[in-house]
Ligand binder design. Structure first.
Ligand code: FAD
Length: 260
């Protein structure tokens, strides 16, 4: 698995390569670290895969892959899932007429850092979950299952995300306010505003890629209408932010490759 060099990633786009790389890395690398999965970790995995099968706007063979993995996990009723069984389950399957396939490489495009240790997977995981909150918003009534995506993300991060310090920070934010989210729109905005909190905390830190400074996002040049001023102080126009997030994290804004 090597990171290929992208031509010119456009920061106003979302790239399928980043999203599929996030799925590959989370399912086949992070989840596969533990010798056996049980209890909260096994529940978190089932919840994450069910969410992906429901909302990930993937290529048809990727959707088939996620659906068959979800079906397989639902049928796994034993309390423990050994790593070998999981490693077998996440392999590509199917035949030429019914492929169930998730690419087995990692290719960063929108998430490509200026050095290999910058950006990449954490960037793609944020992107994936923003996309999933936006997909859930388009798929059903606002008040129905408002925490479906956020609680799956919380469980995933707590049980599997390799950056332990990140997981602790995220869990602290979640414990403080996630349960107050009452609708799917609020869920989209919760993730956006808490991601900005993380951006603010990390601005200028040594994990910041100098070529991709941490900003309060979206910056004014990406979304002028998202910004306003109240008594001389910067404020977000939340309805405009929500419109922007829905458009940015929509299937129509996901680019299949980066060669155009
Ligand atoms: P990222 O912050 O990863 O953002 C990815 C992309 O999302 C951006 O390129 C942009 O297109 C978009 N974006 C940016 N801000 C927003 C927003 N507010 N709403 C919607 N979209 C946005 N690193 C640490 O050093 N310490 C931590 O405690 C830490 N905690 C983390 C917790 C979680 C749950 C995750 C997923 C990552 C965490 N990280 C942490 C990693 C860090 O947040 C970045 O992911 C990493 O530094 C790469 O940054 P990036 O420049 O690629 O942009």
């Amino acid at each position: 698995t090597t990171a290929s060099q992208p031509k010119h990633a456009d920061r106003s786009k979302v790239y399928m390569a980043d999203l599929e790389s996030a799925l590959h890395y989370s399912l086949r690398v992070e989840v596969a670290r533990a010798g056996t999965l049980s209890g909260a970790a096994l529940s978190a995995l089932k919840c994450y895969v069910a969410l992906l099968a429901k909302y990930f706007p993937g290529r048809p063979f990727v959707q088939t892959y996620l659906q068959s993995l979800d079906g397989w996990l639902r049928n796994w009723t034993e309390p423990e899932l050994p790593r070998n069984a999981w490693k077998e389950a996440v392999k590509n399957k199917g035949d030429a007429s019914h492929p169930a396939m998730l690419p087995t490489n990692v290719t960063w495009v929108g998430c490509q850092g200026s050095e290999p240790h910058f950006r990449g997977y954490p960037c793609s995981l944020w992107t994936l979950f923003h996309l999933l909150t936006a997909q859930a918003l388009q798929s059903g009534p606002d008040k129905e299952l408002p925490l479906e995506v956020l609680s799956a993300m919380r469980c995933y991060v707590k049980n599997f995300f390799g950056c332990q310090e990140c997981a602790q920070h995220f869990e602290a934010m979640a414990a403080e306010s996630m349960d107050k989210v009452q609708g799917r729109e609020q869920a989209v905005l919760w993730l956006w505003s808490h991601h900005n909190e993380v951006n603010a905390r990390l601005a200028g830190s040594d994990t910041e890629d100098p070529k991709f400074p941490k900003l309060q996002w979206p910056p004014p040049d990406m979304c002028p209408l998202c910004h306003k001023e109240e008594s001389g102080v910067h404020a977000w126009d939340e309805p405009a932010v929500l419109r922007f997030l829905k458009a940015h994290f929509s299937p129509a804004n996901i680019y299949p490759d980066y060669t155009e």
